[in-house]
Design a protein around this ligand. Structure first.
Ligand code: ZN
Length: 229
């Protein structure tokens, strides 16, 4: 499991979990909805210090969220640039969060521009939103695409199409716990074990066996996070 911190306090908590449990690794960074934190040099220094920890396998999640409007895009872009540079310096994966307002695509379009600017292939489109242009750019630049529990939702046809088209060596699944519990647990508090439902759905969708999906998503995670397994 990779557990993600969204601010300094939570990054420290997730790092403690990763020290305590052999099968938990950590990602540290500043979530786009807290992007102002990254303006503070002390906070940046603290995250940079935590990021060097051996149990930290990724930087983030960073990215662009215009759904909540908690931070301006300008602030989110500055925070992204700092975090992607940190990931590059430490040769760790960067985890990208993208959330648009319903019916809009400002976050996705910003992500496309920023991916092109970053030119860093060790990245994960986390909880992928199904945006066609972003998928195309991400795949072109070598990114990995991660689907969460909402893949299993009946009306998520864009996600279904996307999940069918991603090459198997670029696919990941995730929980996004405690959010987006997959069917048949939809509406409940999500937990990591439920990722099995997402795996089963993905297998059915792609006409593959669950064992095959499990094997290649495991292998992809081990590779992109550099897990010592
Ligand atoms: Zn996210």
């Amino acid at each position: 499991m990779v557990s993600i911190g969204t601010n300094v306090e939570r990054c420290k908590a997730t790092l403690l979990l990763s020290e305590k449990h052999a099968n938990v690794w950590a990602a540290v960074g500043i979530h786009p909805n807290n992007a102002s934190d990254a303006k503070d040099e002390k906070i940046r220094t603290e995250i940079e210090r935590l990021a060097e920890h051996a149990r930290v396998v990724a930087i983030g999640e960073t990215g662009f969220d215009t759904y909540w409007d908690d931070e301006t895009l300008e602030t989110q872009i500055a925070s992204f640039r700092w975090q992607v540079n940190l990931a590059k310096r430490l040769d760790k994966a960067v985890i990208l969060h993208i959330r648009d307002k319903d019916g809009q695509e400002e976050s996705s379009l910003t992500a496309i521009n920023m991916l092109k600017e970053a030119q860093y292939s060790k990245g994960i489109l986390h909880c992928f939103n199904g945006h066609k242009g972003l998928l195309e750019t991400g795949l072109e630049l070598g990114w990995t695409v991660s689907f969460a529990g909402n893949l299993t939702y009946k009306k998520a046809t864009e996600l279904h199409e996307a999940a069918k088209s991603v090459p198997k060596e670029r696919l990941l699944i995730e929980t996004d716990s405690p959010f987006l519990a997959p069917v048949p647990k939809r509406g409940k508090k999500n937990e990591p074990a439920f990722v099995a439902y997402t795996a089963a759905f993905l297998a059915e969708l792609r006409g593959e066996s669950v064992e095959e999906v499990e094997a290649y998503t495991d292998a992809n995670a081990i590779k992109i996070y550099g897990l010592p397994l």
